[in-house]
Design a binder for this molecule. Structure first.
Ligand code: SF4
Length: 320
């Protein structure tokens, strides 16, 4: 029998896992992965920014913050028709989920929220799982998203509670946790992960995983991102994350949250395809699939399809 879902991981235990000799870490992560996720399947998620830029928050890694002089220009919200066209293209290219992002502090009631609800209903009708990330939510908004058919809500914890104020000052860690509680109460799946390479320590990474593991149940999806430094943001000059650090983080996440889909997210394009496959061997079973992430480049779908085929991996069918 393998590890059950534990919610009492200490940061010290996680740090010890993370720091063990690499091959032992990978072996253990692989055993957990094979037990909980047999079948060599990878979830392919397309990502679409439906409202880009001009965000009032000051997340220091983000090109869409109005606080940072980046090349991203605020744009209007996409129309329903444009979103549905993108959804059909993503489905035809092999994606099974469409993740729709907006650069908002929180979603306000009114026309924009109604349009998001229409997008959720429309994308479901196309035959894709739906995920949105809209910033902070109120309880009744989470319920209405659920009624519209939303499968998953993305709201990342980003880093440890201790390091969070060094990354964002316009909202609190507790605000993030409150939105996650509303999402969970509404019966929507939780997608919640973080970013490495923002200047945090290895202990911060361990503390972030301990916070994620405290969520009961664990998040269904845990995206692990490596910072993509964007010119104009406060983190533009950060050194790149070492590929082996990315691999260690993926493997540790797999062990700590055995049932979650661990998503190899931003920063994947900077890894060789061999290192991407090592990450999948060690526990990653979800990727963003398509040309662009919200504002940074991703590998193209043809390259991804060739990589998966070369490794004998197949796309996980949609759950809807
Ligand atoms: S990460 Fe989200 S909330 Fe933070 S600045 Fe970017 S769009 Fe706004």
């Amino acid at each position: 029998m393998g590890a059950c879902q534990r919610h009492d991981w200490t940061a010290a235990e996680i740090r010890a896992l993370h720091d063990q000799p690499l091959f032992e870490l990978i072996d253990r992560a692989r055993r957990v992965h094979s037990e909980y996720h047999p079948g060599n399947q990878v979830q392919l998620c397309a990502l679409l920014s439906v409202k880009t830029g001009g965000c009032p928050e000051d997340c220091s890694y983000c090109a869409q913050s109005a606080h940072h002089p980046t090349a991203v220009r605020p744009g209007p919200m996409m129309t329903l028709d444009d979103v549905l066209q993108t959804a059909r293209r993503a489905k035809a290219a092999g994606a099974t989920r469409l993740c729709m992002g907006t650069a908002w502090r929180q979603i306000k009631e009114g026309g924009a929220f109604e349009r998001v609800l229409e997008m959720v209903r429309g994308v479901k009708a196309v035959g894709l799982e739906t995920c949105v990330t809209l910033g902070m939510l109120e309880r009744d908004q989470a319920m209405r998203l659920k009624q519209a058919g939303l499968d998953t809500y993305n709201h990342n914890l980003d880093t440890s509670p201790e390091y969070y104020p060094s990354v964002v000052t316009t909202h609190r860690y507790e605000d993030r946790l409150q939105t996650i509680r509303y999402v969970r109460e509404a019966g929507i799946s939780v997608c919640c992960g973080g970013i490495i390479g923002m200047g945090e320590t290895l202990d911060d990474r361990a503390r972030m995983l301990a916070e994620l593991a405290k969520l009961d149940p664990h998040p269904e999806s845990v995206p692990i991102n490596a910072l993509v430094p964007v010119p104009g943001t406060p983190l533009a000059g950060n050194p790149p994350v070492e590929p082996l650090e990315f691999l260690r983080m993926i493997a540790t996440t797999r062990i700590v949250m055995p049932r979650a889909k661990v998503r190899l997210s931003a920063g994947r394009a900077s890894l060789s395809r061999e290192m991407q496959l090592w990450c999948m061997y060690a526990g990653a079973n979800s990727i963003f699939y398509g040309e662009a992430l919200l504002t940074t480049l991703n590998a193209g779908p043809d390259l991804d399809a060739a990589m998966l085929e070369a490794a004998g991996l197949t796309a996980l069918p949609p759950a809807c």
